[in-house]
Write a protein that binds this ligand. Structure first.
Ligand SMILES: CC(C)(COP(=O)(O)OP(=O)(O)OC[C@H]1O[C@@H](n2cnc3c(N)ncnc32)[C@H](O)[C@@H]1OP(=O)(O)O)[C@@H](O)C(=O)NCCC(=O)NCCS
Length: 170
């Protein structure tokens, strides 16, 4: 049984390990090693993650096994009332396709009673794209940027959630 909970500050090192491992697994085939090293060093720095975990406008959730192992995480930021931006959604490769990604996303959306979710997914990330399309997101536009010397082509996606319930329907 997988439980989704808000990350605790003493769990940040474990969350960082999961994130870095899953990041390489996800982007290793299309981003350079150098770019991955530079980006993960900044984006996944424990201090950065701890600041996010303490921010009331951010929900930083982790998926845990019965034994307490962290196998997935999500971070979403409240943009304005009822609209959120999903910055991260990562599930350890050995635990993917078991419904954990959906559970993490549902919990984050419920936390803010979100009516609209926006996110950006790398165009070559087929797992991510499939997941979001399957869960009712639509493509808004393409975005091209260069981060740490790495060209990134991302797809901006959005999903509206029905108004008549506090429960998220996917
Ligand atoms: C995207 C991700 C978070 C989904 O989490 P998950 O726990 O695997 O998702 P769920 O089990 O809830 O849903 C499974 C669906 O995700 C998609 N998916 C997951 N793994 C996939 C794979 N290897 N190939 C293709 N689609 C895949 C499919 O749509 C799948 O549905 P299906 O099994 O009916 O085809 C997870 O695959 C992951 O961490 N990927 C790497 C990181 C990433 O891409 N994050 C999003 C960045 S914006």
């Amino acid at each position: 049984m997988i439980k989704i909970q808000k990350v605790k500050l003493d769990e940040i090192p474990k969350a960082k390990r999961l994130l870095s491992y899953t990041w390489v697994d996800t982007y290793g085939s299309f981003f350079s090693k150098e770019a991955i090293r530079k980006i993960t060093r900044v984006w996944h720095h424990p201090k950065t993650l701890a600041i996010q975990a303490k921010n009331p406008d951010i929900f930083f959730g982790v998926a845990k096994t019965e034994k307490g192992k962290i196998v997935g995480l999500v971070t979403v930021r409240k943009i304005k009332d009822s609209k959120i931006f999903m910055n991260r959604l990562y599930v350890h490769p050995k635990y993917q396709r078991k419904g954990i990604g959906k559970k993490l996303m549902d919990k984050a959306a419920r936390h803010f009673r979100a009516r609209k979710i926006r996110l950006e997914v790398e165009e070559k990330n087929k797992k991510g794209l499939n997941f979001y399309l399957k869960n009712g997101f639509r493509k808004i536009r393409k975005k091209i940027e260069v981060i740490e010397g790495q060209k990134m082509i991302t797809i901006v996606m959005e999903k509206r959630i029905k108004r008549d319930t506090n429960k998220v329907r996917w």
